[in-house]
Design a protein around this ligand. Structure first.
Ligand code: BGC
Length: 746
């Protein structure tokens, strides 16, 4: 039945595609712009929050939500608004029906009141699934997706999110985050694809393809939004929206490539970094927003500000003396749309600036043309919202299974002393703050912005504990001993725990993001350390399960535990996936997409520069991670042999790298074959190693496969001192699993 639905779905998609492509020809943007007043053009560049036009008002919305008709009419008739966003900060996730009521009301009023009948573009943060629609499929957060190293699995998640977001009537998604996760303190680390450029680029490609498909006019696709251009993820202090110091060379080497990949993949919109780089707020930076983004990268889509960021040029960054000056700065720097979002001051000020001759109308035209083109390509001029009945697969089991597949492949086995895992036919004692919490599996952007409210959690999903209790091959007992921040002294847990064969301790981090998620210490909380220390006194094998927003330091407890399953934020199906790893139904195959730090004051990435001369080792090696980038164990073992390279020299052709991988254990498993290179001598100090290719493959016990990679000169390129991407001639060492061979690049 489901299969038939799928076939039907693709037929409907293809038909709808044809229909919309044909109709799109009918909107003449030039003619439309000719009819528009300055006020209407500025309106198109204005995005307000739903709270501005809904009952209850900003941050006080009711659930279900209703639109306040007179406020909406004012927004349309007086301010000609072009876009609305989000679910409203104080309310939780809303039903599919409620979304359709809201959006139908908006579009009906707009049809009556908009002089030129320009549709309103609705945008939302569907960060890991359509997380503001009840019953939608939630996926593991981006950092977990990257840990699968499996782009085709990850892509399905983006396709499903596009489908369910459109099912909610919303055609524009503020996702994916393309900032590189190189600052472990940063509260949005979990929203990234990790620290490595190559892996993040691989995931970027599938994210954009999954969201947008071949055409965003397809009613099952959305326009993606690359976030947050540029350098947002590397605040010097680690605290969100605080200054970053990043040289132009490093911006291009580390932070730009994901955006370049997305732009090449035709990502349609981009959101700007709220912070400042080297003293210039990005919202006022013409070099980044126009010279780099438009002139150099050729981006033709819509650039939207982040939340209230034009005003922040006055009250936070203090580069503008008042809001009017800030609006002028941002528009001249290259902003197309202002996520204003709580009032219409931006709109009023921009109209004034144009009328007073401070901003030419031709500058508005550039942005308005981009916005109208986006609306046209989304098919909004023909049909702003499709019927719910067109989306029969919304929230179906098959989609939940796609989420489960990502969850089971992200989970990373970091330690497994004496084969503590998997657990079979044994009694386990389960405890810890993450053991029985859906919120700690999901993290922020789940039903609410910060994801801490429990009332909106999707019914029927299982926590780690609930999933373990369903397993008949083990006996599970549980005790609520500690929250993240306090240890419950009164509990008599030790008497229960002592009866178990093994103990599973699930620790976590309170869901949070943005400024709310700023922390002063990357170590796990004292209460959780104490919990593990107490349990250790029982002398039972300890299994640690970690559900963190960022790599919280576990170096004090790591020696005390026998096994570690690192689960990231695996979301609604994560409880099942973790339980299946614990009992061995799933053989873990996730690999860390970041370097796991061991000490709170020693963050060094795997692709660091050489720290010291090996001949004069003062024992000061800066690189002492808890676990290496790309690390992850399995319940089986893999043996690498027959490493060969087709040629010892490389000019403008390709070389073929080959290696045989064998599963030498007793269970089937997946391995990620990772290819690194080391540029032995370069004009810019080279990294000790850098990922340049990888492949994930599954092997049965005793099975072996030959894995091939083709590499060309561009795979060894870097940004030189003149900010140009080049490959220098010289020796390059290719490294696979500690085996090395040198080639000569001509
Ligand atoms: C975040 C963005 C988000 C926007 C809209 C901002 O505070 O930085 O990532 O898309 O809000 O909710």
């Amino acid at each position: 039945m489901r299969k038939n639905l799928h076939i039907l779905f693709f037929l409907v998609c293809s038909f709808a595609n044809l229909r919309i492509d044909a109709q799109q020809q009918t909107v003449d943007i030039d003619a439309l712009m000719h009819k528009m007043s300055v006020e209407e053009k500025v309106g198109q560049m204005t995005q307000i929050d739903l709270g501005v036009i809904a009952e209850g008002g900003i941050c006080a919305l009711k659930n279900p939500q209703t639109v306040n008709i007179s406020k909406l009419q004012e927004a349309i008739a007086k301010y000609h608004i072009g876009s609305i966003l989000n679910v409203g900060c104080a309310s939780g996730t809303i039903s599919l029906d409620n979304w359709h009521q809201i959006l139908n009301t908006i579009h009906a009023q707009n049809t009556q009141l908009s002089k030129n009948k320009i549709p309103i573009l609705y945008g939302i943060d569907a960060i890991h699934g359509a997380n503001y629609t009840m019953g939608a499929t939630l996926f593991p957060q981006q950092i977990a997706q990257a840990a699968t190293w499996n782009p085709s699995l990850v892509k399905k998640g983006y396709e499903i999110t596009a489908y369910e977001t459109r099912a909610s009537g919303i055609p524009w998604n503020f996702s994916p985050v393309l900032d590189l996760g190189r600052q472990p303190l940063w509260s949005r680390f979990f929203e990234t694809f990790g620290e490595d450029v190559y892996l993040a680029k691989t995931m970027t490609q599938v994210a954009i393809d999954g969201y947008q498909g071949n055409t965003i006019g397809n009613p099952y696709k959305v326009a993606s939004c690359m976030k947050h251009f540029l350098g947002y993820s590397m605040p010097l202090s680690g605290r969100d929206r605080t200054p970053a110091w990043i040289s132009d060379r490093e911006l291009r080497e580390y932070f730009l490539p994901t955006f370049e990949t997305a732009i090449k993949a035709n990502a349609r919109t981009i959101m700007i970094n709220s912070g400042d780089i080297n003293g210039t707020p990005v919202h006022a930076n013409n070099d980044i927003l126009t010279k780099l983004l438009r002139n150099e990268l050729g981006f033709t889509g819509v650039a939207v500000t982040d939340w209230e960021d034009i005003y922040k040029l006055v009250n936070i960054h203090r580069v503008a003396k008042n809001k009017k000056e800030a609006v002028k700065m941002a528009i001249l720097a290259g902003i197309d749309m202002s996520m204003t979002p709580n009032d219409f001051e931006f709109t009023t000020l921009l109209v004034q600036l144009v009328k007073e001759g401070d901003i030419p109308e031709s500058r508005l035209d550039i942005s308005v043309r981009r916005i109208l083109q986006l609306k046209k390509d989304l098919g909004l001029f023909e049909k702003t919202i499709n019927e719910k009945t067109n989306y029969p697969l919304f929230g179906c089991n098959q989609y939940a299974e796609a989420s489960y597949d990502v969850a089971k492949e992200c989970i990373t086995l970091l330690k497994n002393k004496n084969n503590t895992l998997p657990v079979t036919n044994e009694k386990i004692f389960v405890c810890g703050p993450a053991a029985n919490s859906m919120n700690l599996l999901n993290g922020a952007w789940t039903h609410t912005w910060q994801g801490v409210d429990t009332q909106w959690n999707t019914k029927g999903k299982q926590t780690i504990l609930q999933a373990l209790q369903k397993k008949t091959s083990i006996q599970t007992t549980f005790e609520n001993i500690a929250s993240i921040d306090s240890f419950y002294q009164e509990s008599n847990y030790l008497a229960k725990a002592i009866q178990a064969d093994k103990i599973v301790v699930c620790i976590g981090e309170t869901p949070c993001t943005e400024i709310v998620g700023n922390i002063n210490d990357l170590n796990i909380s004292d209460a959780q350390i104490k919990l593990i220390e107490k349990l250790k006194t029982l002398g039972k094998p300890l299994i640690l399960v970690c559900c963190f927003n960022r790599p919280r330091i576990i170096s004090r407890v790591e020696p005390l535990v026998d096994a570690i399953l690192y689960a990231y934020l695996p979301s609604d199906e994560g409880g099942r996936a973790i339980a299946d790893c614990i009992i061995g139904k799933v053989n873990p195959s996730g690999k860390l997409p970041f370097t796991y730090p061991k000490y709170a004051n020693a963050f060094v990435h795997y692709d660091h520069k050489a720290a010291e001369d090996l001949d004069i080792d003062f024992g000061m090696n800066a690189y002492q991670p808890q676990f290496d980038f790309g690390f992850g164990l399995s319940y089986t073992n893999f043996q690498y042999s027959n490493f060969s390279i087709s040629s010892s020299t490389l000019s403008n052709d390709k070389i073929k790298v080959e290696i045989t991988v064998k599963n030498t254990g007793n269970v089937k498993g997946k391995e990620v074959v990772q290819v690194y290179y080391n540029d032995l001598v370069a004009s810019i100090t080279p990294a000790v190693k850098k990922l340049c290719a990888y492949r994930k493959l599954e092997l049965l016990p005793n099975e072996s496969k030959i894995v091939y990679f083709e590499l060309s000169k561009t795979d060894f390129s870097f940004i030189n001192k003149d900010l140009k991407r080049i490959t220098e001639s010289g020796e390059i060492e290719i490294i696979i699993n500690n085996q090395k061979k040198v080639i000569n690049v001509l």
